[in-house]
Design a protein around this ligand. Sequence first.
Ligand code: GDP
Ligand code: MG
Length: 174
Amino acid sequence: AGPDFNEHVLHKTILVGDSGVGKTSLLVQFDQGKFIPGSFSATVGIGFTVSTGWHCQLCTWIWDTAGQERFRSVTHAYYRDAQALLLLYDITNKASFDNIRAWLTEIHEYAQRDVVIMLLGNKADMSSERVIRSEDGETLAREYGVPFLETSAKTGMNVELAFLAIAKELKYRA
Ligand code: GDP
Ligand code: MG
């Protein structure tokens, strides 16, 4: 039998957000401390969440997802046993920011009540192409009562901090 995520011993963390916001890149940066340019979307193109394995440091399994609309129904099932969600948008992509409300609505519908959520504005290194101000991210996060950070999977800015913040929150609840 596989691990029982409902035991609250093994945690499950899922990366969610529109396709292209940098979910896979963020995870690669966290795991390997490097940025591999180019899209990884193809590797998870089937739309299922992919377990990237047990992250000892964080005491959590991390699952990456493909965020395409048409795969939404597939991901619903995965929310149910998640203890934590890293919700990403891209600061250079307004649609990805606007869609955060839809993601949160869905999360509130399908995830556990006490799921730990963190909002991340990724690609913070792309300042010249920024269309979403930090304040907008902060305001949205405050509205939903979730913590917020801007990150860069490219430079590594706040990447470790984001994952560690989630881990810390999970430990308190263990
Ligand atoms: P996913 O679909 O959410 O998993 O997004 P990917 O990780 O595949 O990234 C989509 C594209 O954005 C790729 O071309 C990445 O190289 C690029 N990218 C991801 N994160 C960053 C970042 O923080 N800064 C910059 N400049 N590019 C990024
Ligand atoms: Mg991806």
